[in-house]
Design a protein. Structure first.
Length: 165
């Protein structure tokens, strides 16, 4: 998903793109796909890009949290992916949209439902436990992960670690 910006970022930064278990090319790695397992897979420095500590903060997020597993089961991965593009990524060009549909459609339906259900967590109380240097990156107009999540992460990180925002 970040392929279009990696090259640009790499011109001025060292870029490390983790391929988390259950995602992308690492989707064949064994479960659990829990937040705790993903955190233990990553260590040292942390970059949080378009992510959240609590994804049920708004009514829309709560609704999506309950509807997405149902829609995945009902529509299947390909039709679900096309629905996501039609609703949330209208500004994306056809070539990019087709690439995203292929990326989503190639995922295992049952694993995707399990991962989505696991993603409904509230880790805000654990943010202060993060002791490594942490960079929070977000887009101000991101509809999938709105900016209030980046603010929540930033405010919850341990202040003595001087998180960047």
């Amino acid at each position: 998903m970040f392929e279009p910006v990696i090259e640009h970022l790499a011109t001025v930064h060292r870029v490390i793109v983790p391929d988390l278990r259950g995602h992308g090319r690492s989707r064949e790695l064994p479960p659990p796909y829990t937040a705790a397992q993903l955190v233990s897979d990553l260590s040292r420095r942390l970059v949080l890009v378009c992510t959240y500590a609590f994804n049920m903060a708004t009514f829309r997020e709560k609704l999506e949290g309950h509807l997405v597993p149902f829609l995945i089961r009902l529509l299947g991965m390909t039709r679900f992916a096309k629905f996501v593009i039609s609703q949330g990524l209208k500004q994306v060009g056809k070539e990019r949209a087709d690439w995203i549909v292929g990326l989503i459609a190639d995922q295992d339906r049952n694993l995707m439902v399990a991962a989505w259900k696991e993603a409904a967590f509230d880790s805000r109380r654990h943010l202060a436990e993060i002791k490594c240097p942490t960079l929070v990156i977000a887009a101000s107009n991101d509809q999938a992960v709105p900016i209030h999540h980046a603010n929540m992460l930033h405010c919850g990180l341990a202040p003595h670690e001087s998180p960047h925002f």
